[in-house]
Design a protein around this ligand. Structure first.
Ligand SMILES: Nc1ncnc2c1ncn2[C@@H]1O[C@H](COP(=O)(O)OP(=O)(O)OP(=O)(O)O)[C@@H](O)[C@H]1O
Length: 266
């Protein structure tokens, strides 16, 4: 028999009727209600300034919405939760620490220096997985942009977070590097069973990575369409030539166009 206490909540996040207006009076989000299943990858895409980062900051617990509420794994979100790791567009590695020391930092902050040092092998495994094991003793200024983002990914993953919030993580990289990083990220997310939410400006990237793409209108941002991405896994270079991929790109483009026109009249 299933009782209330044995019901497993399959949603990583439940967002209900969220609105946000900043203290400056900027109305950033309106009526956002979404449910993000555990282990899913979701993209938020929409015109500049439509509230994507605001929504991500609300999911990370850094920002409290003006109205509505957010549940994480079935409990009310009321501050930054331990399950979440947030990655920003810029790698923000500490310049005076080596690559390995940068990756170990979240463990140091959580468990202390001594305990972190004992987990070096875990950090090294991650560096190996993203192909920069040979640079563990190097400093951030010695890395290319793509390598620095790889190190930042390792730093994000070292605590084995259940939820990854990614704010345009590869926006500053060239297209080919970005495609490679997308493939790696997707593999890592699926291997670890993490739930990921990605803010992106790239329609192809949103389709490639996601299970669902949420298209948003111009500010105040509303979700105008949820586009389910039914492309098979594993995804990789072959996906880019899949006619269904191109079709979905077009669907997202149309959704954005509609949302943009609707927002422009509000
Ligand atoms: N801390 C803040 N205080 C006041 N207004 C803010 C703050 N942060 C963001 N805004 C405003 O809220 C709106 C939404 O911003 P947000 O950064 O969430 O949009 P975005 O969709 O992520 O934009 P972009 O795609 O350009 O990064 C914008 O008009 C922005 O200027």
């Amino acid at each position: 028999m299933t009782t209330a206490s044995t019901v497993v909540n399959d949603a990583a996040y439940s967002v209900t009727d969220v609105r946000h207006t900043y203290g400056t009076g900027t109305h950033a989000l309106q009526d956002v209600s979404i449910e993000l299943p555990r282990g899913s990858v979701t993209s938020l895409i929409g015109p500049s300034g439509c509230g994507k980062s605001t929504l991500l900051n609300i999911l990370s617990g850094l920002l409290r919405p003006s109205e509505g509420h957010v549940e994480i794994f079935g409990r009310e979100l009321d501050g930054p939760p331990v399950e979440v790791s947030h990655m920003f567009q810029k790698a923000t590695l500490l310049p005076w620490r080596t690559v390995l020391e940068n990756v170990l930092l979240p463990l140091e902050l959580r468990d202390g220096k001594k305990a972190a040092r004992k987990q070096k092998s875990k950090a090294r495994e991650l560096l190996k997985m993203v192909g920069i094991a040979d640079f563990e003793a190097g400093y951030p200024h010695q890395l290319s942009g793509g390598m620095a983002q790889r190190a930042a990914i390792c730093r994000m993953l070292v605590t084995e977070p259940q939820i990854l919030l990614l704010d345009e993580p590869f926006g500053a990289l060239d297209e080919l590097t970005r495609e490679r990083m997308d493939t790696e990220l997707l593999r890592i997310v699926r291997d670890t069973g993490a739930t990921a939410v990605l803010v992106t400006h790239s329609i192809p990237e949103s389709v490639f990575l996601s299970d669902v793409v949420y298209a948003m209108s111009a500010r105040p941002g509303r979700i105008t369409r949820a586009i389910e991405v039914d492309l098979p896994h594993p995804r990789g270079e072959h996906t880019l030539a899949d006619p269904r991929y191109l079709e979905l790109i077009n669907t997202v483009r149309q959704a954005l166009d509609e949302g943009y026109r609707r927002g422009a009249h509000t």
